[in-house]
Write a new protein. Structure first.
Length: 313
């Protein structure tokens, strides 16, 4: 198992390095001069020259990349050219918001996806199976931004039950925090719930055909004991690893949801950085999101290795 995990770690490091090259290189391909955007409307030549020298825009791209990567590896994320604040402090402020949104979305996805998948597998071919499949397909097909707008129109504008946007820290007001995060969590977790449901259904159908399940039924065990004690334990092995990957995707894919609901998290931070040509912020956010996703992928491999005796062997 150690060799297996070491191989996964050996793949993750070059992947993160490749992501850094792509993030840095693609930003340099964007049209326009960031120094001109930062100089304001007057565009004083002396100010432009100062900005280019200060932020190393006048140096060769390989040198800029090496300087940025070396500072990043030492924990120095740089300073935002738009807000003049350290990016590390900005990340420490925004990241917990997105993590909370991802955790709540994952809880919703697991609570709805796993039972729905088990029900569809146990009632294969019935009306329940078809209904679960329809809702799962809808969760995968409906764009998150459209679903968010529709929920705002219904629950905020028409009914007035939930706030249309904004964010309240949990420790400041837990009730208002959960009210503000209810719709974003549903929107972000809908697609993840559909994916988990489909994998749970497929895995449970495979497990229910195994010999040990038929043996348990032949011994006269109750159907609930067979399903929840024998089948579900093994059927959820791939779902556990899938859940880790889905959590990484939720954290890195909350851009649209945070924009629709006005949540000041990681997604809004990267959008503001792109529109403000704040290269340092965009690079730092993308690298942190990529590193977190690779970490979750590694944890998924670890969980699968621990749960699957054949892989350990």
């Amino acid at each position: 198992m150690i060799r297996f995990l070491a191989s996964r770690l050996a793949v993750a490091i070059p992947t993160l390095l490749l992501v850094s090259v792509l993030v840095f290189g693609l930003q340099k391909l964007l049209p326009g001069d960031p120094a001109l955007a930062l100089a304001g409307e007057e565009r004083n030549p002396d100010v432009i020259a100062y900005l280019r020298a200060k932020y190393q825009f006048d140096r060769p791209i390989p040198i800029q990349y090496a300087s940025w990567l070396g500072a990043f590896l030492q924990g120095d994320l740089g300073v935002s050219v738009r807000t003049r604040l350290p990016i590390g402090a900005m990340v420490a402020e925004k990241l917990p918001v997105t993590v909370e949104l991802a955790v709540l979305s994952m809880i919703f996805a697991i609570v709805t996806g796993v039972p729905a998948g088990v029900l569809a597998a146990l009632r294969r071919g019935s009306i329940w199976d078809h209904l679960v499949s329809v809702f799962g397909l809808a969760g995968l097909s409906i764009p998150s931004f459209w679903l968010g707008i529709m929920l705002i129109l219904l629950f905020s504008v028409r009914l007035g039950w939930l706030p249309s946007g904004g964010y309240t820290p949990f420790f400041e007001n837990p009730v208002e925090n959960l009210r503000a995060m209810a719709m974003p969590s549903f929107v972000l977790g809908a697609a993840a719930a559909a994916i988990i449901m489909r994998h749970t259904r497929s895995s449970m159908l495979t497990v229910l055909k195994q010999d040990y399940v038929r043996t348990a039924r032949a011994k006269g065990l109750a159907n609930g004991a067979v399903v929840f004690t024998h089948a579900l334990r093994n059927g959820l092995i791939p779902v556990v690893t899938l859940g880790a990957l889905q959590f990484g995707q939720l954290l890195s894919g909350a851009v649209l949801t945070e924009q629709v609901f006005g949540i000041p998290g990681f997604g809004k931070m990267i959008v503001d950085g792109v529109f403000g040509r704040d290269y340092a912020v965009v690079q730092a956010v993308v690298m942190i999101a990529a590193a977190f996703f690779l970490l979750m992928s590694f944890l998924a491999d670890l969980a699968y290795a621990l749960l699957n005796p054949r892989l350990r062997a």
